[in-house]
Design a protein around this ligand. Structure first.
Ligand code: HEM
Ligand SMILES: [Ca+2]
Length: 323
């Protein structure tokens, strides 16, 4: 991953002071309840909305900052693709977008043209983390929605399943996040699923060796091969990122890393590199510490490249289209 040169300098800065917990306390005091009514209903009826929305928030914040740019749809017939149609975003689930659009519709009804899509996404991601058993943290608000969304901005800013720890550390540092925050945020993979194509490279011919990845547990390897054959597998198959508890937010992901249970090469790599391994071990050992660090790291991720004011931002009424 070549850290991008096409990003505005503002992205390097974390603008914590621009956001505040009570930003809407006068304009739309019931905001968190409105979003909360949608997220709790969705969690009951469509639980996959939880991992889908958490990942959506990550992919929003890492491209152009947390500005709702990921939510924009490509104009019909246009050759200029929006972010969500970039290759790296193809597997973002529809359930995440749907959750945000539903929450936005309810919020617009009660507080028209007042609340940004990017703030709704930040609140919904926190709600789903908490609903799944993760930490509850206060969400700072005051983000404005961005005015551009371009597919070509995506590849240098989103990590890949085979990114090296070196690449991950560099990319996260470029976003203002530390090595510890990289490890802690990777703990998001305690819930959710991955498609075969994101780990099939480990199962048969790992880096041209004609053998599987030696850092993969042999029993897990067998199971993964059954679901993901070398030839002719179905592109729709997904498997849990953390085989122990795919729907519960705990530190099982980190204990899994210790026993070669990671699905993604990048996740296993975090457990192998001397810079990240001690942190992963600590998170596996101390669940409370992980949950607290996770809330803090999400808060920080949520303030990457935040936009304020009419020059760079807008408050959309439909998250899928610019004003
Ligand atoms: C550290 C680098 C990271 C890499 C290389 C990475 C890569 C991936 C990949 C390849 C998938 C599977 C997608 C699929 O096949 O459908 C995935 C899923 C997921 N990622 Fe990450 N990710 C990283 C960090 C993060 C962070 C920081 C978050 C959240 C803050 C996150 C949240 C998720 C979630 C919740 C899923 C499950 C999505 C679902 O089930 O729909 N990831 N990630
Ligand atoms: Ca964005």
């Amino acid at each position: 991953i070549a850290p991008t040169t096409s990003q505005p300098p503002a992205l390097r800065q974390i603008h914590h002071r621009d956001l505040s917990v009570d930003y809407y306390s006068k304009k739309c005091p019931q905001l968190e309840n409105l979003v909360g009514s949608i997220t709790s209903q969705r969690f009951k009826e469509v639980p996959i909305s939880a991992p889908a929305t958490i990942r959506l928030f990550f992919h929003d914040c890492f491209v152009e900052g947390c500005d709702g740019s990921i939510l924009i749809e490509t104009k019909k017939g246009s050759k200029k693709l929006a972010e969500r149609d970039a290759y790296e975003n193809k597997e973002l689930r529809e359930e995440g977008f749907e959750s945000i659009n539903k929450a936005k519709a309810l919020v617009e009804y009660h507080c028209p043209s007042l609340v940004s899509c990017s703030d709704i996404l930040a609140i919904a991601a926190r709600d789903f983390i908490h609903l799944a058993g993760g930490p509850y943290y206060q969400v700072k608000k005051g983000r404005w929605d961005g005015k551009r969304s371009t597919a070509t901005n995506v590849p240098p800013n989103i990590p890949r399943s085979n990114s090296t720890v070196d690449q991950l550390i560099k990319l996260f540092a470029f976003k203002g996040l530390t090595v510890e925050e990289l490890v802690v945020l990777s703990g998001s993979h305690t819930i959710g699923f991955a498609h075969c194509k994101n780990f099939v490279g480990r199962l048969y011919n790992f880096k041209g060796t004609k053998r599987p990845d030696p850092t993969l547990d042999p029993r897990l390897l067998k199971e993964l091969r059954m679901s993901c054959p070398f030839y002719g597998g179905s592109t729709g198959v997904v498997l849990p990122l953390d085989a122990t508890t795919p729907f519960v937010f705990v530190n099982g992901y980190f204990t899994g890393l210790g026993s070669k249970m990671a699905l993604l090469e990048s996740d296993q790599a975090i457990f192998l590199d001397p810079r990240t391994k001690p942190i992963a071990l600590e998170m596996a050992r101390d669940k409370q510490r992980f949950l607290k660090a996770y809330g803090e790291a999400m808060d920080k991720m949520g303030s990457i490249g935040v936009k304020r004011g009419k020059k760079h931002g807008e408050i959309r009424t439909d998250c899928r289209v610019f004003l």
